[in-house]
Design a protein around this ligand. Structure first.
Ligand SMILES: NC(=O)c1ccc[n+]([C@@H]2O[C@H](COP(=O)([O-])OP(=O)(O)OC[C@H]3O[C@@H](n4cnc5c(N)ncnc54)[C@H](O)[C@@H]3O)[C@@H](O)[C@H]2O)c1
Length: 490
């Protein structure tokens, strides 16, 4: 058996990127073949790190970054909430252990609020870890690259078409500037996956004609609402359950499995249709996302991908990918990688911690002046998930172009700790989730208490059920009197 390739970029990855069909983006991994000027610690051995989004994964990623070879230190941190930031400070002080010098975040380099990311970026950090809820990733990533920072960006990297386009554009900017971009799709740095992909790309099971990708599990955390929390704070502290923040769990979690299939296929799907709903997790404490999605994707070569994701306790669980090819099949399931073709094969090489290896690879690539750039495939995998959500929310067949070119931006464009209605649950056959009715956007105030606007509210639910009502550009009045005084409302 050949040994797994521990290098940052495998040949198969390069092939994938070369053959990928998003026209706007070139062969990003070629950057790894060219020594670029880079942007770190010019004249210094130490890579200074900033952490933006100090929750569970941000803290873990910072700890892994601080465990890489060579000089590294964390020098700035930013989070929306002081309690989250302080929690991460305590964890990371413990994580560095004896190497106390690696945690070097003075109080004046700890920032909170919606502009915390800008304050971290204004410091002299060489690299930032972006680990907020995915809604903010396109904005934070664009600002980070504009500020000349190398980036570790957690998956998923967006929740909608405009966000994915932004990620693609910023990734190109990063490439031009010689900045590294590694994403949180850590299976790309997991030896078992790397070796299996090599075999699939060499044709060991022939052409892949059908794939299956599952993330079926029980429930996740939820923070019960506190009386002092505004709508905005409640949603942010329960971001998993709001499509504008997480993209729904098909995006937030299932992106990992969809990404594996794209990686194996060396392509992205061209269309998707499916079904889903909210059958068990119906309490408003869980926002408005679905608790299950099942999709049928089609690739340009005519092959199919059957995808399922479910977050419902006491059901059959599976987090896995399976492939059927013209010469055999492959199973990638819970840390076991097997191929059943002309010969049977099972990965029995070294098992690594991919969360650590992705950071080892990222920092090694920066030090070598050969920055990795994983922007394109994480954008494609994110869009694959977004396209799936569009299909299940609308009940319609959605094409790659519709998803990519969609103008539907989820969530507010300005951020305040104030009122923010929960978007309604999507209704398949009624919700149109990738196009906006511009006529409606110019009419109706969107307040449910305004009886004059109720017909318009019905319209918005028919048109873009999971868009927040206040994105309407129409007149804003919250009672009939005000509505009357505003004159015509349609
Ligand atoms: N690769 C993986 O296996 C993996 C595992 C878990 C999570 N993730 C991803 O990591 C990201 C974070 O997830 P998590 O589990 O750490 O969530 P979390 O809720 O624990 O942490 C998110 C943090 O971001 C902060 N935040 C929210 N909005 C912000 C803003 N505008 N500016 C600054 N800070 C902000 C929150 O206060 C919170 O501390 C998500 O994209 C998630 O999908 C990836």
């Amino acid at each position: 058996m050949s040994q797994p390739d521990p290098k940052p970029t495998s040949p198969s990855r390069r092939d994938f990127l070369k053959t990928s069909t998003i026209a706007a983006v070139g062969a990003s991994a070629l950057s790894s073949l060219t020594v670029l000027p880079g942007a770190y610690a010019q004249g210094s051995e130490t890579i200074k790190i900033g952490l933006i989004g100090c929750g569970g994964r941000g803290t873990g990623a910072a700890s892994q970054a601080l465990s890489t070879q060579g000089g590294v230190k964390l020098t700035a941190m930013g989070d929306l909430f002081p309690d989250r930031l302080n929690g991460a400070v305590n964890e990371l002080k413990k994580a560095v252990g004896e190497k106390k010098e690696r945690f070097d975040v003075a109080d004046d380099r700890k920032f909170t609020g919606f502009d915390a990311f800008q304050k971290v970026l204004a410091t002299d950090v060489d690299l930032v870890i972006l680990a907020t809820p995915p809604h903010f990733r396109p904005m934070h990533f664009a600002a980070a690259v504009a500020a000349g920072k190398n980036c570790f960006i957690e998956k998923p990297v967006a929740v909608d078409g405009p966000g994915v386009r932004s990620i693609l554009k910023t990734s190109e900017e990063a490439k031009k500037k010689g900045l590294a971009v590694v994403c949180g799709l850590q299976r790309h740095h997991q030896f078992g996956y790397i070796e299996t992909m090599k075999r699939l790309h060499e044709g060991e099971i022939g052409d892949i004609v059908a794939s299956r990708a599952y993330w079926n599990m029980g429930s996740l955390w939820m923070n019960p609402r506190k009386p002092e929390w505004s709508d905005m704070e409640w949603q942010l502290r329960n971001w998993l359950y709001f499509a504008w923040l997480s993209g729904d769990h098909i995006c937030e979690q299932h992106v990992h499995n969809l990404d594996v299939v794209n990686w194996a296929k060396q392509a992205h799907p061209i269309s998707c249709s499916g079904m889903g709903g909210r059958q068990v997790r119906t309490d408003p404490a869980f926002g408005h996302i679905f608790d299950h999605h099942a999709n049928h994707y089609e690739y340009a070569d005519g092959s199919w991908l059957f995808s399922q994701c479910r977050q419902i306790p006491d059901c059959a669980d599976s987090v896995s990918e399976h492939f059927i090819g013209t010469k055999g099949k492959a199973s990638l399931d819970s840390g076991r990688w097997t191929i059943d073709a002309a010969a049977k094969w099972r990965y029995d090489g070294e098992k690594n911690n991919p969360y650590q290896t992705e950071h080892d690879d990222l920092f090694a690539s920066i030090r070598a002046g050969k920055p990795l750039n994983e922007g394109q495939f994480v954008a494609e995998s994110t869009l694959t998930a977004v396209m799936g959500r569009m299909a299940t929310y609308s009940g319609k067949k959605v094409t790659w172009e519709q998803a990519l070119n969609s103008e539907l931006h989820l969530g507010p464009t300005t951020y305040d700790f104030g009122p923010l209605p929960t978007p309604p649950v999507a209704v398949p056959g009624v919700t149109v989730s990738f196009e906006l009715d511009r006529v409606f956007r110019n009419s109706g105030c969107g307040y449910s208490s305004c009886s004059r606007c109720i017909p318009h509210l019905v319209s918005v639910r028919r048109i873009a059920a999971y868009e927040l009502p206040q994105v309407s550009n129409g007149p804003r009045h919250n009672d009939v009197k005000a509505c009357d005084s505003a004159g015509k409302n349609d």
